[in-house]
Design a protein around this ligand. Structure first.
Ligand code: FE2
Ligand code: FE2
Length: 151
């Protein structure tokens, strides 16, 4: 009888725990980051459980996909309103990640699940998303004052 938790996936890149050190100074964006990291951990648990089904994995990926779309759009609108000079680069990084996620979702719906590759990609993305992409533009992620947002 095989134990159910035997896949030693992704020991190199753990999903980071959120801490105030990762705050971008915007409560809504911090809340979304915290939830994204939690969803990432949910997915990792599924991937490490041999009994998990493709449907469960697809559902977990869809949750990440849905929230990351909302999150990216909100971040981009705030960066734009605050005049962030690296907005186009930031958008490009978001787009690349969303495309990767869309490809993963398509693979899973076709029954092609490379659990090691999937966990590596998602963990890698989660490990870098906040610290390397968002924290450097923290000054432009603060809530936009109403008057300025209205133009
Ligand atoms: Fe973010
Ligand atoms: Fe971002």
């Amino acid at each position: 009888m095989q134990p159910k938790h035997t896949l030693p996936l992704n020991h190199g890149t753990p999903i980071p725990q959120w801490s105030p050190r990762l705050s971008v100074g915007n409560a809504k964006l911090d809340e979304q980051h915290i939830t994204l990291l939690e969803l990432g951990r949910d997915l990792m648990r599924l991937l490490e459980t041999k009994a998990s089904t493709d449907i469960q994995i697809h559902g977990a990926l869809e949750d990440i996909d849905r929230l990351s779309r909302l999150h990216d759009a909100l971040e981009e609108s705030i960066l734009e309103a605050n005049g962030c000079p690296t907005l186009s680069g930031h958008k490009a990084v978001h787009l690349t990640a969303r495309n990767q996620l869309a490809n993963l979702l398509a693979d899973v719906s076709h029954g092609v699940v490379d659990k090691a590759a999937l966990s590596g990609l998602v963990a890698d993305w989660m490990a870098h998303h906040i610290s390397e992409n968002d924290l450097p533009v923290k000054d432009y992620l603060k809530s936009v004052p109403r008057a300025r947002a209205a133009g």
